[in-house]
Design a protein around this ligand. Structure first.
Ligand SMILES: *Cc1c(COP(=O)(O)O)cnc(C)c1O
Length: 351
């Protein structure tokens, strides 16, 4: 079959399972266990279907852009909004990684990066994390076509200090450096202030984790007005109107309610502190996590076995049968009640 030779073939990203059974304790996709801010519920009740006749506004001209720019104290021309950070990152790959030289990212990282690189035919090389799962800034200082990494990293939760992040940006002034800060609100320090100093830095964040709105699909990128203009031009050349009316309206409420936002991040960090103690008691080791998850390995019981036994008990965590990490599982921080159920199950499996 001739035509098949000329098809763009990709191996798609595999997301964590979304089980139909509602009783499952879902600790496998880093969703927030708490609902979005009460203002979001109110705004849903006040939504006007009449407004859905119209095409939505371009995202950068919306109240959401204004709210985000206000929250981060940056200009509206420094912010790009998209359909979840996956959409933002995919567009950023398309826009910024065009040199033909290999881009660099860690060997253990968000498993969508190599998928986009393959899809857009961007050559890439990975750099091994050190034995503590830390990114070594020096590894990113050779000539390259761009750099991307999550901070904190996924699925390890390891945070790279701001000084190291800046070193990586400063050493790569002739390419775009993308810092994927999907989990930065759980105790990390954002490199956002550096966008004023480095016009080649793009900082990407999302409403999916810390703002409890994975289902609404809102992500955003912040950078120099130049970078933002380039990504907007590509966005509006692919499909301009992807941000829907509801997402644009409800996102504003989530940004406005800073008290609720901070409280729910605090709650998760508090539960994470307790999880560190409980998992240690149960015989797990893990790098210190700055995400809403813990990447843990048991001293005796193989991770795959724990993963499967937990699943039989309707507790879902994430497991990858991949080199270097096949004896680890990633446990999303749930509510205190969900975590208690997890510890009880682990006691039976591991003790
Ligand atoms: C969850 C996640 C994303 C994507 O989140 P969206 O739901 O598309 O906003 C991006 N990067 C990392 C590292 C993530 O863990």
């Amino acid at each position: 079959m001739k035509w098949e030779d000329n098809v763009r073939k990709v191996v798609p990203y595999t997301p964590g399972e979304q089980p139909k059974n509602k009783d499952v304790i879902k600790l496998n996709t880093n969703e927030n266990p708490y609902p979005p801010s009460p203002g979001v519920k109110r705004a849903i009740e006040e939504m006007e279907p009449e407004k859905m006749r119209l095409y939505p506004a371009f995202p950068e001209q919306t109240e959401l852009a204004e709210a985000l720019a206000g929250y981060y104290q940056i200009g509206r021309e420094q912010i790009f909004i998209g359909d979840g950070s996956d959409d933002v990152l995919s567009l950023a790959f398309m826009t910024f990684f065009q040199s033909g030289k290999p881009i660099l990212f860690p060997d253990i990282t968000y498993s969508f990066y190599d998928v986009w690189a393959d899809l857009y035919k961007v050559p890439y090389e990975t750099r091994a994390l050190d034995e503590h799962f830390c990114i070594r800034a020096e590894d990113y200082m050779q000539p390259n076509g761009g750099v991307i990494f999550p901070n904190p990293n996924a699925p390890t939760g390891v945070l790279l200090g701001l000084d190291e992040v800046e070193k990586m940006i400063a050493a790569n002034r002739d390419v775009v450096v993308i810092v994927d800060e999907a989990y930065i609100d759980f105790g990390g320090v954002s490199c956002l202030p550096l966008i004023h100093k480095y016009d080649n830095l793009l900082v990407v964040q999302t409403f999916s984790k810390s703002r409890s709105m994975a289902g609404m699909r809102i992500g955003y990128a912040m950078g120099s007005p130049k970078l933002i203009k380039y990504i907007n031009d590509v966005k509006y050349s692919v499909n301009s109107y992807t941000m829907n009316y509801a997402a644009l309206q409800l996102g504003v409420e989530a940004v406005k309610d800073t008290v609720y936002f901070k409280e729910s991040c605090e709650k998760i960090m508090h539960t994470r502190d307790r999880a560190e103690k409980e998992l240690t008691r149960l015989g797990f080791t893990f790098p210190k996590s700055y995400g809403n998850f813990i990447f843990a390995s048991h001293v005796r019981v193989p991770a795959q076995e724990i993963f499967e036994r937990l699943k039989e008990n309707d507790i879902y965590v994430r497991y990858w049968n991949k080199e270097r990490i096949h004896n680890y599982m990633r446990i999303t921080i749930g509510t205190d009640e969900q975590m208690e159920a997890l510890y009880r199950a682990l006691e039976k499996i591991c003790m």
